[in-house]
Design a protein around this ligand. Sequence first.
Ligand code: PEP
Ligand code: MN
Length: 346
Amino acid sequence: MIIMLKPNSEEEKIQKLIEQIEKKGLHVQRNNGVDYTVLALIGDTAGYNRSSLEVNEIVHKIIRVQEPFKRANRLFHPHNTIIKIGNHTVGGDEFMVIAGPCSVESEEQIVGVAKQVKASGAQYLRGGAFKPRTSPYSFQGLEEEGLKLLQIAKKETGLPIVSEILSHDKIGLFMDNVDIIQVGARNMQNFQLLKELGKVDKPIMLKRGMVATIEEWLMSAEYIMSEGNPNVILCERGIRTFENFTRNTLDISAIPVVKRLSHLPVIVDPSHAGGKWWLVEPLAKASVVAGADGIVIEVHPNPEEAWSDGGQSLKPKKFDRLMREIEVLARTESKTLLPKKEVKSW
Ligand code: PEP
Ligand code: MN
């Protein structure tokens, strides 16, 4: 952190400020310029209360030189974090594909989709049991029953389960039934939830908030990591902009930016980004080429009848076609999907 002092600040006040900073365990390097005196703070400034400096009458400007996130920062952890989930990994050379319906609706629906997406090469099954709907009158999910149905689908197919948690009182239930706990866009800054998820060892898929900057998103990852859980997968799902043709605007540039700033795996959800089924394929392909570590795709056997997000869901056949195309692109990015022998074309 660098502090520029106002011109002609009294020496006594400068000394008092330096003392105040040094009491917090930081070293101060002072440079006396022609117009400005500059103080460089050396040490860990992440937890320093910046406003205690801002209110000081001799402070002109404070410049931060260090990102506030430490554990998620590539500077302190240059190698990619590779998270192991069952027989698979994310963040390394395997391309993660999570597929399944927006909401779990019935045993027939979820088991059927699970078998189809597995046959196409998906390694994980998604399905919402607790749904964060804009309207309280919309379908809220089958809740605990939905998690039970996901477990049946897992028994039938062996696919690990990804499902969204809405509140910290359900963590025990999710620990028993889910392999990757999803934190949705609406909960990206539910700090109580993030802290509690930091105390478990399951991988957390942290979606980017609708209006979150990349730094805010990484700070949310930091909340989980600072409590002891290093297994965070970041998921870009589009942000809200002035454009309203699409449901959200997929921030493709966030992929290389986050890969540069952080060592955590970054995956993309093109379904919630575009909000239309025909946008899923181009957005998914763009994500692979931009360097994503994986994708999350909504798949429904009968989108017209879906209880949520039917308009952005792919039919299993279309998903299968997308997988064949993704496979080729992923290989050019030095990523592989499942070993060929395990993939049967659907
Ligand atoms: C979802 O994955 O079904 C979902 C609600 O996503 P998001 O939090 O990105 O809106
Ligand atoms: Mn959805």
